[in-house]
Ligand binder design. Structure first.
Ligand code: NAD
Ligand code: UDP
Length: 313
């Protein structure tokens, strides 16, 4: 049995990860400051004697004897990470420093939840891990993008300098149950709008693309990555290569929810990436032939069911 620390464990992805790690027979410490996470996401795990909940901010050091750390603490939705950009940088950078320091002290393996945002508005398509990205360092998204890039730098250097066992994954747009009702990201926004027959807010002309991954596929990739041999550090892309325009997503959601909603075009936020699609060859090679198994319509169906319950529809 491993003792595993999950920072950001009460958030959308973290809550699924805690559940999976417990199912696999591990002891889990879920650490969160509840900025965007919620106890509701992990309340069903509270009776498990191998599950422990800690209210803590990763910007301050934390100490516990653990074998593995999954570092997920960080707001991920543009609306939330832009709410307090300085805090977002602190969470990414100081959070990484504190967790890497802990990993070093207790000789734990540590996985960083990095992001496709390190590629910025990419000029290489699909995105491969060797691409250095195209990020505006002073734009609206930079607190998140540069924070996550700096965290990757810290991880790589703790590995080189201090021999810390690191793993870096770059997560592409992931969705599913446990997303916050007011998360602000496109999949949850469109589903909630459609279920309430409100206008679907498509940014720009809706021709920008994203590749949407269902959360179960991500969790499988994350756990496989943590358990690769120590020599493999990544970064490795984890995402679903199916690429859709935002307009296509809006139409799919309207049709799957049988909604009366109409599409309303709203201004495109600054520095909004025009295209995004992962090249997952490295993940397939290194993670025992990992690939996404849940395609968009099936994943949307499960997510719609979740939001119907939350909205009591
Ligand atoms: P989320 O906002 O639901 O979860 C983030 C969690 O971190 C929340 O529970 C929040 O309360 C917690 N948190 C934030 N700041 C904290 C702090 N200072 N101290 C302690 N806890 C803190 O978002 P998510 O989608 O579950 O994302 C989880 C991780 O995965 C993030 O690091 C994010 O950058 C990364 N990621 C997610 C996606 C995606 O599409 N969902 C894509 C790329 C990367
Ligand atoms: N988007 C949109 N309507 C919304 C929310 C988002 O059209 O209500 C667009 C957003 O401008 C972007 C895409 O959907 O082009 C994905 O946005 P999200 O915030 O989910 O993730 P990210 O931009 O970080 O990939």
């Amino acid at each position: 049995m491993n003792r595993i620390l999950v920072t950001g464990g009460a958030g959308f992805i973290g809550s699924h990860l805690c559940e999976r790690l417990l199912k696999d027979g591990n002891e889990v410490i879920c650490l969160d400051n509840y900025f965007t996470g919620a106890k509701r996401n992990i309340i069903h795990l509270m009776d498990n004697p191998y599950f422990e909940l800690v209210r803590h901010d990763v910007c301050s050091p934390y100490f516990a004897e653990v074998d593995q750390i999954y570092n997920l603490a960080c707001p991920a939705s543009p609306v939330h990470y832009q709410y307090n950009p300085i805090k977002t940088v602190k969470t990414s950078v100081m959070g990484a420093l504190n967790m890497l320091g802990l990993a070093k002290r207790v000789n734990a393996k540590i996985l960083q939840a990095s992001t496709s945002e390190v590629y910025g508005d990419p000029t290489v398509h699909p995105q491969v891990e060797s691409y250095w990205g195209n990020v505006n360092p002073i734009g609206e998204r930079s607190c998140y993008d540069e924070g996550k890039r700096c965290a990757e730098t810290l991880f790589v250097n703790y590995h080189k300098q201090n021999k810390v066992k690191i793993k870096i994954i770059r997560i592409f747009n992931t969705y599913g149950p446990n997303m916050h009702l007011c998360d602000g990201r496109v999949v949850s926004n469109f589903i909630v709008q459609a279920l309430q027959n409100k206008d679907i807010t498509v940014a720009g002309n809706g021709m920008q693309t994203r590749s949407f991954q269902y959360v179960d596929d991500l969790i499988e990739g994350m756990v496989r990555m943590m358990n690769t041999e120590d020599g493999f550090t990544g970064p490795v892309n984890i995402g679903n290569p199916g690429e859709f325009t935002i307009l296509e997503l809006a139409e799919k959601v309207i049709s799957l929810t049988h909604s009366k909603s109409k599409i309303k075009f709203i201004p495109l936020p600054s520095d909004d990436p025009m295209q995004r699609k992962p090249d997952i060859s490295l993940a397939q090679e290194k993670l025992n032939n990992w690939k996404p198994t849940i395609q968009l319509e099936e994943g949307l169906g499960k997510t719609i069911e979740y939001f119907k319950k939350i909205l009591d529809i």
